[in-house]
Write a protein that binds this ligand. Structure first.
Ligand code: COA
Length: 242
């Protein structure tokens, strides 16, 4: 890996975006390496924590590369496809955002299931200022996360959401000092790691699905037959608490 630090643990993978010369801007190499991380997580489902090095999450897609891309590259959806793949990973994903998460960097954070921020976090989608649109998920994901009015302020009026805004609008779960951000993110992952992995996986599938009650019943039917469910309920009934 040349653009990512990847730490593989038993129950989680920690990815740090690292292109200090470009404020961790997402170039094609980083997108390809994120695909490699996704392939590993699809093969062996684990939680994912994504963060950025040196006080920046990611300052966008790499503008030098964007400048040279034409219609055919846009139609390949280079960033969109990897962000969609991240959004569909089997187990929950958390973005720990310190500093700028702009453009494609913001879209990467939007694609995660949960976001934590440091007080210096700034989310924004300045793409129209560069003569393009935010085509890697912001146009619809941001609306789902913060509602249409705030999303249009960001997408159309260039509003940047600071950490307080992000907390107020529900974009981030918590704002914690930069020095505690990763520890807090791990604590959140620890909490999820204590749940049943298949239960988490199916919850994510149905929560991201179209909400058909039959799907919920079928997912629950699978879970009701597991030893994990029986063991956890036995432990509860015996006085243990998870
Ligand atoms: N793509 C490519 N390079 C980028 C980049 C991006 N998205 N964002 C920053 N960089 C590069 C800068 O060109 C600069 O390179 P240089 O040192 O060779 O001149 C380096 O990273 C540091 O950036 P700089 O602007 O000097 O840092 P800053 O702390 O003053 O400002 C930002 C940080 C994030 C506010 C500013 O870099 C910025 O506005 N970046 C672009 C944001 C954007 O429009 N993103 C959407 C892209 S779709």
């Amino acid at each position: 890996m040349t653009t990512l630090d990847v730490e593989e643990l038993d129950d989680r993978v920690v990815v740090t975006l690292r292109r200090p010369e470009a404020r961790n801007a997402i170039n094609a190499a980083m997108a390809a390496e994120l695909h490699e991380v996704c392939a590993a997580l699809e093969a062996k489902p684990r939680l994912l924590l994504i963060t950025g090095a040196d006080g920046t999450f990611a300052a966008g897609a790499d503008i030098g590369e964007l400048r040279e891309r034409g219609r055919d590259q846009a139609l390949q959806g280079i960033n969109r496809r990897v962000f969609d793949r991240i959004a569909k990973l089997p187990l929950p994903t958390v973005a720990a955002v310190d500093g700028y998460a702009l453009g494609g960097g913001a879209e990467l954070a939007y694609a995660c299931d949960l976001r934590l921020a440091s007080p210096t976090a700034v989310f924004g989608n300045p793409e129209p200022g560069l003569g393009i649109l935010a085509a890697a998920g912001a146009s619809w994901r941001l609306r789902e996360l913060v509602g249409g009015s705030v999303a249009k302020q960001v997408l159309l009026a260039g509003k940047r959401l600071d950490a307080d805004d992000a907390l107020r609008f529900g974009l981030v779960a918590e704002v914690v000092p930069a020095g505690e951000l990763i520890t807090r993110a791990h604590a959140l992952l620890d909490r999820m790691s204590r749940s049943g992995a298949l239960a988490l996986r199916l919850t994510k599938l149905v929560a991201d699905g179209d909400g058909h009650p039959l799907t919920d019943d079928l997912a629950q039917a699978v879970l009701f037959e597991t030893d994990d469910k029986r063991d956890r309920m036995d432990a509860f009934l015996a006085g243990g608490r998870s």
